[in-house]
Design a protein around this ligand. Sequence first.
Ligand code: FES
Ligand code: FES
Length: 165
Amino acid sequence: MSQTQSSSVVVPLDLHVNGRRHALLLDPRTTLLDALREHLGLTGTKVGCNHGTCGACTVHIDGRRQLACLTLAASASGRPVVTIEGLAGPDGTLHPMQAAFVEHDALQCGYCTPGQIMSAVACVQEGHARSDEQIREYMSGNLCRCGAYPNIVAAVRDVANAGDA
Ligand code: FES
Ligand code: FES
C-alpha cells in the first residue's frame, strides 16, 4: 500500500467545541474544518477556497481566530474551539456581532458571513477596530463575493463603539 493510501491510520482526538467535548478517532491528516463539518455536523463553518485565502472557515481556538482549513484537527485537540454555532447565548440570544450584522444588512448570500462574524468578534477583542481603516485592514482576510464590505465595517464599528464584543 502506498503512503497516500494509509487511511486506516487513526489518532484519538479530544475536541472541545462550543463547550462540548467530543472523543473522535480520525485520520491524522484531517483538517479541523473537515472534523467540524463532516464528523461533528457543525456546518456553520464554511468551505470556501480550502487553501487559506478566503476566511470562510474562520473559527476561534484559544480565543484567537484561526483558519480551520489550514489547521489539523489533531493540533486543536484539547484546546477550546468556538464556531459560529457557539456564539449565540444558550437561549438563542444573538451575540452582539450577529445582531449588528443583521441590523446593518451586512450579508447578502450569507456564505461568507459566519467567517466574517468570527473574524469581526476577534478583531474587536484584539483592539483592532479603532477606525474604519483599521477594521478594513484586520478584516481583509475575509473575502465577500457579494461585496457587503461597507455594511460589514459598519457592523464591526458599532460593536466596537459599544464595547460589546
Ligand atoms: S476555506 Fe479556509 S481560508 Fe478559504
Ligand atoms: S454575503 Fe455573499 S459572499 Fe459575502
